[in-house]
Design a protein around this ligand. Structure first.
Ligand SMILES: [Zn+2]
Length: 519
């Protein structure tokens, strides 16, 4: 047991976040040019004093309907309350002559414009989250903001706000920054050096990393992949990251029958003493990683697992999600029932696709199952069902249990895969079902959050109803021994050990071959 400990610490400290995806992501192909109806955001990063972003918003004609400027209470995929209004340091509205207009801070995240029809510009300062201590509800670093002399990290929900009734309006974003900096983001660059986000959700879905970065690019079967890295001590270069990632990206492409996006951007932020929890936040066309800087050889395996996880989110929730993610509520956090799918299945898939493609050995795969099983049993409350974990994810007491979605949630997805393979004689495992669901739903067609358990059963087999009931809705102990036996793998619950059964029957071996079939 002792040898698990260092691994455990690394693992437990690494919280992966996922990001739900929104309408914005979907309409990215039709980037609009800026018009007078857009919201224009200007950020001056040449002025980095006081650790604040100096933001100027030029607004279109407002009416009484648009009298609230809203900062985000939460953001897709973080399953945490953020209350970004806490970081606002000043907030002013002006008319077209530059005369100050009255505004009132009516709640943590809301500023009321008393004469909205007169407002021409809004100017505010908002503090970076990294160097701003808070007494409660800290912002995860991968979802936060940082301003330093040689770089800055922008996560949209922590810098931008929107006007009531205008969440869906295009945003033009112009950032001034030192000449020697470069900027990495999935947003497309306009000719004038500004970016266009299709709406507020799209801006939140598109983090921006700027500064002294290295960049590397490749093309994976038609998908353009860009990597931008900020490495405080210069230990890691984007070219090294790229070299390590190509196998994983090819594995993902095989697993999914082609990559589901035409471009993808990895943003990597490495500092020696980075904040906890270390991890990543995924978006529709990018993901952002905040990790402790080490020589790349010491980081690369962990990074690959994390990147595989984040990348798989392109499938779910981007292509398979409920209405709660489709129409994201930035004002009030609304929990979904389906973290078993968004996070559990994603975490399972990130390891499974590497095993099936030969990027990861069966031995490593089983060792990872062991870690998950051990951590889940010893560090988390086994009496909390995955459904309860989902529905209460925003509550502080449940936040402590949240990382179990990457342990128990992934183990559950692994069992579901075995069950589906058994029911289909090895023909239709979980990844086949997920790929079919991505086609059935896709980015623009949400499933019904309330009925999806039943819909999933209809889409698969009647026996899956009992599985969902026992292991997702209720907290019945996972039948690891019984299920892994079906594929000729012995699970020793005392040692948390998964081992191949050398004396497996022909039937067990056959199902195992389907389970681990090479891509
Ligand atoms: Zn995730």
């Amino acid at each position: 047991m002792k040898n698990l400990k260092p691994l455990l610490l690394i693992f437990a400290a690494t919280m992966l976040l996922s990001c739900g995806n929104t309408k914005s992501a979907i309409n990215q192909t039709s980037i609009n040019n800026t018009t007078n109806n857009d919201l224009k955001f200007h950020i001056n990063l040449n002025d980095r004093k006081n650790d604040t972003y100096k933001v100027k918003v030029t607004v279109p004609k407002l009416t009484e309907e648009n009298n609230i400027f809203q900062f985000a209470a939460t953001a897709p995929g973080t399953y945490q309350v953020m209350d970004i209004g806490r970081f606002v340091r000043s907030f002013k509205a002006f008319d077209h002559k530059g005369q100050l207009l009255k505004t009132v801070n009516i709640s943590t995240n809301q500023y009321q414009l008393i004469e909205p029809e007169k407002v021409h510009t809004i100017v505010y300062e908002i503090a970076e989250t990294y160097d701003t201590p808070v007494t409660e509800l800290p912002i995860y670093p991968m979802a936060g903001t940082s301003i330093e002399d040689n770089h800055s990290l922008i996560n949209g929900q922590a810098v931008f706000g929107y006007l009531k009734g205008m969440q869906s309006l295009p945003m033009n974003i112009k950032i001034d920054y030192p000449e020697e900096w470069i900027a990495g983001t999935a947003l497309e660059l306009n000719e004038d050096g500004s970016y266009t986000a299709n709406n507020y959700d799209h801006a939140v879905d598109s983090p921006i990393l700027l500064g002294n970065l290295t960049k590397a690019s490749t093309n994976v079967q038609g998908t353009v992949v860009d990597i931008y890295t900020y490495s405080e001590k210069g230990l890691v270069k984007s070219s090294q990251v790229l070299e390590s990632m190509e196998g994983m990206l090819n594995a993902a492409s095989k697993f999914l029958g082609g990559l589901p996006v035409d471009r993808y951007t990895f943003l990597i932020h490495l500092e020696e003493n980075t904040l906890n929890p270390k991890g990543a936040w995924e978006h529709s066309y990018s993901s952002e990683y905040t990790l402790a800087e080490k020589p790349w050889d010491d980081m690369k395996n962990g990074f690959k697992d994390m990147a595989a996880h984040e990348f798989f989110h392109v499938v779910t929730p981007l292509n398979i999600h409920s209405e709660i993610i489709q129409e994201f509520n930035f004002i009030k956090p609304v929990a979904s029932r389906h973290l078993w799918l968004y996070e559990g299945t994603t975490e399972w898939a990130s390891h499974m696709m590497q095993m099936r493609s030969g990027e990861k050995s069966l031995e490593d795969y089983l060792a990872n199952l062991r870690r998950k099983s051990y951590i889940s049993k010893n560090y988390f409350d086994d009496s909390l069902s995955i459904l309860e974990l989902s529905l209460n994810s925003f509550k502080p007491e449940t936040q402590k249990q949240y990382p179990n979605i990457y342990m128990k949630g992934a183990l559950t997805a692994g069992l579901l895969d075995i069950k589906l393979l058994e029911l289909s004689n090895g023909k239709r495992g979980l990844i086949d079902v997920v790929n079919e669901l991505a086609k059935k739903y896709g980015p623009n067609k949400p499933f019904n959050d309330a009925t999806f358990f039943d819909d999933f059963v209809d889409f698969t087999y009647p026996e899956i109803a009992e599985f969902m009931d026992l292991y997702v809705k209720k907290a019945t102990p996972l039948p690891l021994i019984e299920y892994y036996q079906k594929i000729g793998i012995i699970y020793d619950a005392e040692k948390y050990l998964f081992e191949l059964n050398e004396n497996a029957s022909e039937k067990q071996v056959e199902l195992r071959e389907h389970w681990m079939k090479a891509l």
